[in-house]
Design a protein around this ligand. Sequence first.
Ligand code: KG4
Ligand code: ZN
Length: 338
Amino acid sequence: MKKDQLILGIETSCDETAAAVIKNGTEILSNVVASQIESHKRFGGVVPEIASRHHVEQITIVLEEALLQAGVTYDDLDAIAVTEGPGLVGALLIGVNAAKAVAFAHGIPLVGTHHIAGHIYANRLVQEIQYPALSLVVSGGHTELVLLTEPGSFKVIGETRDDAAGEAYDKVARTLGLPYPGGPHIDRLAQEGTPSLKLPRAWLEEGSYDFSFSGLKSAVINTLHNAEQRGEKIEPQDLAASFQASVIEVLVTKAVKAAKEFDVKQVLLAGGVAANKGLREALTDAFAGLSMDLIIPPLHLCTDNAAMIGAAGSIMFEKGKRSGLDLNGNPGLDIEVF
Ligand code: KG4
Ligand code: ZN
């Protein structure tokens, strides 16, 4: 009988310090996340220096807790998968150095892993992936359509030319005076409002799978300011609903078009904005009559976590990827070649 594969995932690319133990790439034995959101809230966004300090304080505790909850020791592990990028360099370095120290001390193979590959392979913790698959990646830093023709191979067929979807959510939320991170607040408001305001949809050139959200973000800000100057009141829930309708219409339309063109078996939703209720519902409706399966991870696997890094790291480990003790944090890591 084949021995179970145990991978320790480590994630510190932004404002969550996380560690998880994953069995055979698909089963979560533990998934520990220490969030720093409360510390960054009062600044209206993530402060890199504060993020790094919190990671330093938390990483050892989080690692020990992940092993304890999984009921394993370092000697049971087959590999350590750590997010090497993209992300905040000071934040990445804490996870990378912790992973290197443990790998060196216990003689465990090290696998540098891509953060977005992690978001995509969070879907593997829900259902085994069938190829070709298309992933709609919508996070705070990325908005992309990624084609996966085989395990661990990623081709970006479209990406944002300016703001990421999550970034647009956070900026619009800030304009409405909502706390950071704003995405969940806009989502909640949008459920209460009607999309009655006319806002643009950036389709870009015919056939392009790229996205653009900065024009929409400016349109929201202008709509609000113009109304203020005229002494008119705009209901924030209607503005949230109108903004969300524009984002979702473009994301869903392009995802459906790409899924058909590349004749994929599965569509994988990924990234923090995948927690958006409106987006989840719209995608579910759009793919209901189509041949491909839509997979939507549960909320706790959509936002940053280390289980997803373990799931992606397991694929890269099986493909033979090994990182040396010279592994470094790489804020600009490319998903097509990492
Ligand atoms: O993937 P993630 O946890 O971190 C990055 O790798 O960027 O994504 C965080 C982003 C934030 O911009 C946050 O506002 C957004 O995900 N987000 C949401 C929702 N929940 C989180 N955006 C819209 N609706 C939500 N329900
Ligand atoms: Zn993320």
